[in-house]
Write a protein that binds this ligand. Structure first.
Ligand code: ADP
Length: 984
């Protein structure tokens, strides 16, 4: 088929001549079509090829004419076919080594190629046409390179080939030129390699540079490891023009590699080889054994399947990073053991292998089993963690230091205490928290322990950042050493001993206090051992007895000699009981004063001191001087005895009152009042109820006095006895010292005296009445007789009789006063209510008195211009009496003064003399009935002691008061104050 078409085109019927011409041409002449298949070959060409026209026509030029083929020719054909411009090329035939000069001319649908042998035209041809690239470097020049080089058509037909592969196969060049490379002997004997080559040529013809490794068999007994590279070359239009085949002998390298692989397989680590792009190529036997993966399974990223899932992502990115940067790769990962499925830790490392220009050729990686190490590490880490946990849970401050003493760890408690973070504490930062007074000492000790490696122990104060106060700590540190004894670290703790310190201090203080106390207490103090032996006595004890400490220590019973003989036995018994039972020892005993020999009473007491277990450690005892107390007790006992006698006496009634109630009473009192003890117990005795209405005011007054003065002046009153009868009594009372709400009252039966008084009053009353009438008769008779005598002018007799009138008057006044007293006593003194001009009354009295008494001048000063309501005669009686007394009791004096003054409410009259005066203690008594002052001079002055009694009674009845102010030897002033208007 291929024959007909070009024949048709190139052999037109009209071109017979041309053909002839062509046949005769000296050079070989070919006509080829566009695919370079021979359409026509002239006779010279047939000769050259050694084949008939029929044999060659329709076949590719490159396959039929190896002696003509060259890359230069091939390029020229390609070019002329495309450009349709005639060209020429000169080259040396790789097969025949003869120079050929070729002229190429386009024809319709093909080319005309005319070959001339010889170098003659070469220079010109070179000049005229561009010389193809391959021509510059003859392929033969590459023979020395031991590299297999060939030029192929895109279909894989050999255009050129150098000597080396021809030598390998012991074949001639023309046996290969123009033939597919894949069918040449090297490849034909090894179908897999042949397939590899074909595939590579196909890929290269599409424009790709293809590289592959393979093994060829150039000849019998020769295995050649080749690294084949097929490089496409493009023309100006970027079409693939031809292919350059380069085959490098890598047999040696492969052997070396095999050796390396064997070596690698022998390495106890897992080893793998990666491509520059990170693709895993292979790994060693050990890796295969360990992972259970074959090389193929592990290829690419296949190996990652045996990575621990948790490590996969991390390892992948580390690996990718290493590949991208070309830097070293090192990571730890867990790899699964194929047989057991167990994961073990590996340290994986990889390094790139580079060529001279730094291009990465391969990565070599290893994985070393570090599982043991890792587990040990983890154990250490765990133990470290445990230690940390321990350190954090310890109630102490925990710290560690480097061998040089720099703090490299402290627990949280340390930070909490100091309120600082670790950075402030680390190295020597901790010093700032030390108490300034402890710093120097602590640092010196620390330095010393660092130098000697001995235990560091120190008490120091560390500032509590929370309070700002310092606390006491016991700091201790011990070194940790390695197997050679080298110090690796110091472990230290600080234990809070603040409480302990405080307790120690308190103990010290309390011991001191106890010592001071035992020496300062006013008692004798002693300490006994648990067995009772005396161990210590205080100074006071020694001073009292004269015993020395040494004596006590040498003879623990020496003290007994100071006991009163009567007390020794009981003391022993008490002591023994206390020692046996642990109960408190308490005993009263007489101790002899070593100096005076006098015995004094002491109350001895001892208590056991026990330890935490309740065991008695010591006995502490004191002996308190109770001699005074004993005496007081005795005195009290005696006084109680006396009181008891008094209480039991039948003479005096005694009761104890609280409020209105009589809460206790002696038998005498009960007998006096007719009540029973049962009445008393039942609370039926009430002094208010026992007081008759007449005496109520006086009784209340007396109790008022008791309340304010703590005692009442004894007063007379009557009791209403149980049966309703009356009993006159004299009552006095005092408030009980220890019971301020209670008072003790002494009650004397006054009935005998009262009866006597009554009788006396009755007598006075009777006598005064009895005297009054005869006296009145006497007075009247005397006056009548005197008047009769005067009428009879018996003047002498009359005068003599008149002298009787004075004493009669005196007697009359005496009887009047006696009567008044009786009336007062009986409450029957009568008063008239009238308006009295006091001023006038006083002047009248003064005048009358002045007439009678000539020895004194009565001076009236002041005035009482206002009148008052009262009984004029009785009021006159007051002042008559006072003036009379003033004159009577101032025998040597010359004047008696009367001062009158008034206020809105009252009138005051003072009667003042310059006489004897009244002693203080008698001033209240002079107003009592029949009382007379006791001084000898007063006694010499006659009187009955009734005047002032009547005066006071009249003043009282007028609602006034009378007081006396006096100085013995100088005189007295009686002051009467009367209200001006009295409600009757
Ligand atoms: P008599 O004067 O009758 O003794 P009185 O009742 O008048 O009784 O006085 C009582 C006592 O008071 C007198 O005994 C007298 O000792 C004393 N006395 C009264 N007035 C005075 C006075 N002016 N100076 C001194 N003593 C007086």
């Amino acid at each position: 088929m291929s024959n007909t078409k070009p024949t048709k085109r190139l052999t037109p019927a009209s071109s017979e001549t041309l053909l002839t011409l062509l046949e005769t041409l000296p050079g070989a002449l070919f006509v080829v079509d566009d695919a370079a298949k021979i359409v026509y070959a002239n006779a010279s060409a047939q000769t050259l090829l050694g084949a008939t026209r029929e044999e060659v026509c329709g076949k590719p030029l490159w396959r039929c004419a190896p002696q003509l083929v060259s890359t230069a020719l091939y390029q020229a054909v390609q070019k002329t076919t495309q450009t349709r411009v005639p060209s020429e090329v000169a080259y040396r035939s790789p097969v025949t080594q003869t120079w050929l000069h070729v002229q190429l001319a386009p024809t319709v649908g093909g080319l005309l190629l005319q070959f001339h042998q010889g170098r003659a035209a070469r220079t010109a041809a070179q000049r005229e046409a561009p010389v193809p690239q391959g021509e510059r470097l003859s392929i033969d020049d590459l023979n020395g390179l031991h590299t297999r080089i060939g030029v192929l058509t895109p279909e894989g037909i050999v255009l050129e080939i150098n000597e080396v592969p021809l030598d390998d196969a012991h074949i001639r060049r023309e046996e290969v030129i123009g033939k597919p490379l894949a069918e040449a002997r090297w490849w034909s004997c090894s179908p897999p390699s042949q397939a590899q080559l074909r595939a590579a040529i196909a890929r290269a013809s599409r424009g790709e540079t293809v590289r592959f490794e393979t093994v060829v068999h150039p000849r019998e007994g020769m295995d050649l490891h080749l690294e084949a590279t097929i490089i496409p070359r493009r023309d100006v239009d970027h079409h693939v023009e031809y292919l350059v085949y380069v085959g490098t002998d890598i047999t040696e390298r492969k052997r070396a590699e095999a050796e390396i692989h064997a070596l690698i397989d022998a390495i106890p680590q897992l080893v793998w080889i990666m491509r520059p792009d990170g693709y895993q190529d292979s790994f060693n036997q050990r890796a295969r054994d360990y992972t259970g993966l074959s090389n193929e399974e592990a290829q690419g990223e296949g190996w990652m399947q045996c990575l621990h899932p948790e490590d996969r992502q991390r390892v992948r990115s580390a690996w990718q990073h290493a590949v991208q940067t070309g830097g070293g790769y090192e990571t730890e990962m867990r790899l699964r053991q194929g047989t057991t499925g167990e994961y073990r830790w590996f340290l994986s490392r990889a390094l790139p292998v580079r060529d001279e220009v730094g291009q990465t050729l391969k990565w070599f990686g290893t994985a070393t089993d570090i599982d043991e190490q890792k587990q040990a590490e983890q154990r250490i880490k765990a133990s470290e963690q445990n230690w940390r946990v321990l350190a954090e849970t310890l109630p102490q401050l925990v710290w560690t230091t480097q061998p040089d003493g720099r703090v490299d760890y402290c627990n949280q408690r340390y930070c909490d205490l100091t309120q600082a973070d670790f950075e402030q504490i680390r190295d020597y930062g901790w010093r700032q928290f030390l108490h300034p007074e402890d710093a120097e000492h602590t640092l010196a000790l620390r330095q010393q322990s660092l130098a000697t490696g001995e235990l560091f122990e120190n008490e120091c104060r560390i500032r509590d950042g929370r309070t700002g106060a310092y606390r006491w700590f016991l700091a201790r540190a011990l070194p940790m050493r390695d197997a050679t004894g080298q110090i690796l670290k110091w472990f230290g703790t600080c234990t809070d001993i603040e409480e302990q310190k405080r307790a120690e201090q308190q103990l010290k203080e309390s011991r001191e206090s106890l010592r001071v106390l035992t020496e300062t207490v006013p008692q004798l103090v002693w300490v006994r051992r648990p067995d009772g032996l005396l161990e210590y006595v205080n100074q006071r004890y020694r001073d009292y007895t004269g015993l020395l400490l040494e004596q006590i220590q040498s003879d623990p019973w020496a003290y007994l000699q100071f006991f009163h003989p009567d007390d020794r036995e009981s003391h022993r018994a008490h002591l023994q009981h206390a020692l046996d039972t642990g109960a408190m020892y308490e005993h009263e005993q007489r101790l002899r004063n070593g100096q005076s020999g006098e015995y004094r009473w002491f109350l001895a007491r001892a208590m056991p001191v026990r330890d935490d277990a309740g065991q008695i450690v010591k006995w502490f005892g004191t002996a308190t001087d109770i001699d005074e107390q004993k005496r007081t007790e005795e005195a009290l006992r005696q006084s109680q005895e006396r009181a008891r006698v008094l209480m039991n006496s039948s003479i005096i009634g005694i009761n104890i009152i609280e409020g209105e109630q009589i809460v206790d009473a002696n038998d005498t009192y009960l007998r006096m009042t007719g009540y029973t003890r049962e009445d008393l117990r039942a609370g039926r005795m009430n002094w208010m109820h026992m007081t008759p209405p007449d005496d109520l005011a006086r009784t209340l007054e007396a109790h008022q006095e008791l309340a304010t003065q703590q005692s009442m002046t004894p007063y007379e009153k009557e009791y209403v006895c149980q049966g309703g009868s009356r009993l006159p009594v004299l009552v006095g009372a005092v408030v009980l010292e220890h019971h301020p709400f209670q008072a003790i009252a002494f009650v004397l039966d006054n009935s005998a005296r009262k009866e006597l008084e009554q009788r006396k009053d009755d007598f006075i009353s009777m006598a005064s009445h009895e005297l009054r009438n005869p006296l009145a008769a006497l007075k009247m008779q005397t006056q009548l007789v005197r008047k009769r005598l005067e009428r009879q002018s018996q003047h002498e007799a009359a005068t003599a009789l008149s002298r009787v009138e004075g004493p009669v008057k005196q007697l009359e006044r005496l009887v009047e006063e006696l009567l008044d007293v009786s009336k007062i006593q009986a409450g029957r003194l009568e008063y008239v209510r009238e308006t009295v001009d006091l001023d006038a009354l006083l002047h009248e009295v003064a005048e009358t008195m002045q007439q009678i008494h000539t020895t004194h001048t009565i001076v009236v000063r002041g005035a009482a211009p206002r009148s008052l309501v009262g009984d004029k005669d009785r009021l006159g009686q007051i002042f008559t009496n006072l003036i009379s007394n003033a004159i009577k009791y101032s025998p040597g004096a010359e004047t008696v003064e009367m001062d009158l003054s008034t206020s809105e409410e009252t009138v005051t009259v003072r009667v003042c003399d310059h006489g004897l005066g009244i002693p203080r203690e008698q001033r209240d008594k002079i107003f009592e009935r029949f009382y007379r002052a006791t001084g000898p001079r007063q006694k010499a002055i006659p009187g009955l002691g009734m005047g002032l009694y009547i005066v006071q009674e009249i003043v009282k009845r007028h609602g006034g008061t009378i007081t006396v102010d006096s100085e013995v030897g100088k005189g007295s002033t009686f002051t009467v104050t009367l209200p001006r208007k009295r409600d009757a």
